[in-house]
Design a protein around this ligand. Structure first.
Ligand SMILES: [Mg+2]
Length: 174
């Protein structure tokens, strides 16, 4: 069960203390795309998102989109944010995390991953020993596969709540 518990839980990508992450030795952040950076109905990053990525860049932290979506979904975000990306990541499998971080030369301990799903983003990161950051989904509009994941997520979250380990919407920052 521990692998389902995020290290950090905040409302959204704007609520994260990136300076603190930097101080804690994080050199690279893997961002989920759908419902983390943008709702699935939007096909380009907002002005606020662009500003945030530029701020993170100024902190000298590398950002990479790691998405389970297809290339044509990820491409406009990659281009407009001018960052690297990996699509069809098959999170929570470790393979793509390993491949991407090897390619860019980061150790798992130097990396944080942000996403809106326990079953893919948090579980995938935790399995690799990457700092996991959970955020609330930006919209209720979701793909069919995600809706199925949410049913399992709900069971996990209820279980953790019962055990007093972790409670949804009780944020704990970094
Ligand atoms: Mg997502």
């Amino acid at each position: 069960m521990n692998n389902f518990i995020p290290d950090i839980y905040v409302k959204n990508i704007f609520s994260i203390d990136y300076k603190k992450l930097k101080q804690d030795g994080i050199k690279c952040i893997l961002f989920d795309l759908d419902n983390t950076i943008a709702p699935i109905s939007e096909n380009k990053p907002s002005k606020d998102v662009k500003e945030l990525f530029s701020y993170i860049d100024d902190l000298n932290i590398k950002t990479i989109i790691l998405s389970n979506s297809k290339k044509n979904r990820v491409a406009p975000f990659k281009e407009q944010l001018n960052i690297d990306s990996a699509c069809l990541a098959m999170k929570p499998l470790k393979r793509k995390y390993k491949k991407v971080l090897k390619m860019f030369g980061y150790e798992f301990s130097e990396v944080a991953a942000i996403g809106d799903q326990i079953l893919t983003d948090v579980f995938g990161a935790n399995r690799c020993g990457i700092t996991s950051i959970f955020v609330d989904k930006l919209s209720d509009e979701e793909k069919f596969k995600t809706k199925i994941n949410r049913k399992f997520e709900k069971i996990i979250l209820n279980n953790l709540k019962k055990k007093g380990i972790y409670e949804f919407e009780k944020y704990y920052g970094n």
